[in-house]
Design a protein around this ligand. Structure first.
Ligand SMILES: C[S@@+](CC[C@H](N)C(=O)[O-])C[C@H]1O[C@@H](n2cnc3c(N)ncnc32)[C@H](O)[C@@H]1O
Length: 254
């Protein structure tokens, strides 16, 4: 038997064949694409906006006309790309690459509505196999995306490949709560309230159950830091937000 035969990977709390996971993930995001932004606000009580603001503040794109090319992978409907474009100067350009055409369409429509199309472009692409040349970008961002990817190690080595030497990886993802008392409250909220809101707003609670379960199976802060180092990044560090509900990891390609 070779490495790819019959291997199973987690899909939320279920275990599915490795080759099946991405299409299940795609189904989830196709179902929620047109309500994605509204649901994010409802589920997080608006907190996701603050987390994304902090994330872009840590990236700290140049405010002047210095050329700065960012690849925002799993960029969905553009929340990170638009923030970077808004705070950055005239030399900043963000390319979004997301595997789901429906999410990308929503992002494109929003970019046009918000007059940001000159600073952001939207492409369909897989984090594990990016259609960009080596050393093409100054920064690689991924927000709430990497836990959906089947082979995290492949996505991280693609990040390293497309970054210029001196380029930076920044990842925002749900992580492990490190505040006593918050964990049980957070669990109760996640497993009951979020799928219920999902059912009311989108008519289906199931995609939201996957999203919550996938958070619990994603590696914790230290383990994920090790995976980033394993991919070749240096000076890897992380910052917790809201008691570790979310963590930002940063690493450099030197
Ligand atoms: C929770 S959304 C995050 C969207 C956006 N980054 C944000 O923070 O609002 C996750 C996104 O990951 C995308 N995705 C899942 N697997 C992917 C893959 N292998 N390559 C690229 N994008 C992927 C989904 O299509 C979805 O748009």
């Amino acid at each position: 038997m070779n490495d790819t035969d019959d291997k199973n990977v987690p899909f939320g709390f279920r275990s599915v064949a490795e080759g099946e996971k991405q299409s299940l993930v795609n189904e989830v995001f196709s179902k929620v694409a047109d309500r994605y932004n509204q649901m994010n606000d409802l589920m997080s009580g608006g907190l996701h906006r603050l987390w994304k603001d902090d994330f872009v503040a840590w990236l700290n794109p140049p405010r002047n006309n210095t050329q700065f090319r960012v690849l925002d992978v799993a960029g969905g409907t553009g929340d990170i790309a638009f923030r970077i474009a808004r705070v950055g100067g005239s030399g900043v350009h963000v390319t979004v690459a997301d595997i789901n055409p429906e999410m990308v369409n929503e992002g494109r429509k929003r970019a046009n509505r918000e007059g940001l199309q000159a600073f952001c472009d939207f492409t369909v692409g897989d984090a594990e196999n990016l259609a960009f040349p080596d050393m093409a970008f100054d920064a690689y961002t991924i927000a709430f995306g990497i836990r959906n990817v089947t082979h995290i190690d492949k996505a991280l080595s693609e990040a390293w490949r497309i970054l210029k030497p001196g380029g930076r990886l920044l990842c925002l993802e749900f992580s492990r709560v490190d505040m006593p008392g918050l964990e049980s409250l957070y669990d109760a909220y996640s497993f009951t309230v979020i799928p219920a809101i999902g059912k009311v707003v989108t008519g289906d609670g199931q995609p939201y159950r996957y999203l919550i379960e996938s958070i619990r199976t994603f590696p914790d802060q230290e383990k994920f830091k090790g995976m980033i180092e394993q991919a070749g990044f240096t000076r890897v560090q992380y910052r917790n937000l809201t008691g570790g509900i979310v963590a930002m990891h940063s690493g450099w390609r030197i």
